[in-house]
Design a protein around this ligand. Sequence first.
Ligand code: NI
Length: 219
Amino acid sequence: MMLVIQGLVSPVEVTVLREAAQDLAFGDGKATAGKFAREVKANDQASPSPERDAVLARVERALRESALFRSAARPKALTPLILSRYRVGQTYGLHVDDAVMGGLRTDLSFTLFLCDPETYDGGALVIEDTLEARSIKLQAGDMILYPSTTLHRVEPVTRGERLAVVGWVQSQIRNGEQREILFDLDQSVEAVFAAEGKSPQFDRLAKTRANLIRMWAEL
Ligand code: NI
């Protein structure tokens, strides 16, 4: 399942993050790429500093506070986030993300766009499946969550600058189909509660969800 989370970060917060990013030092993104991805990766990443960590901590907080993210990803743990920058001519060719990063299994990948799409050309995230390639370029503050199992790339930037925060989730629910069932159930549980309160139907649905989590969760 792929999901766009609109407004993960508010417009005011995006401006704060973007301005903070202007003052950070950036290094070559190849440093964090696997052996094969390194050959196609040409971007910059913010170098470690307390200021960078403050920016990334704000994004991490937004993720933790997003009910939609929690429902779709069911995070067990997040990898350290990366603030990436693509300037004119920079790109990230077709690759699959490493299966294990820093001791975590990568089930889901995400990209939070920090620049408005009118301010740069190119720079779309293109996710390929067997049927088609989807091109994703979101408003500043919006995030795409997608399975780490996919081949994907970032198109070359031809004008302006593309800033994004990327990261990976190890989910409590390893199987993507099971995750989607629980995501749908979350919405049904909420809808039934809103319509009927704690009715017998609500109780049965809530019991079903809890017991599926018991069956599937890895803690
Ligand atoms: Ni990737």
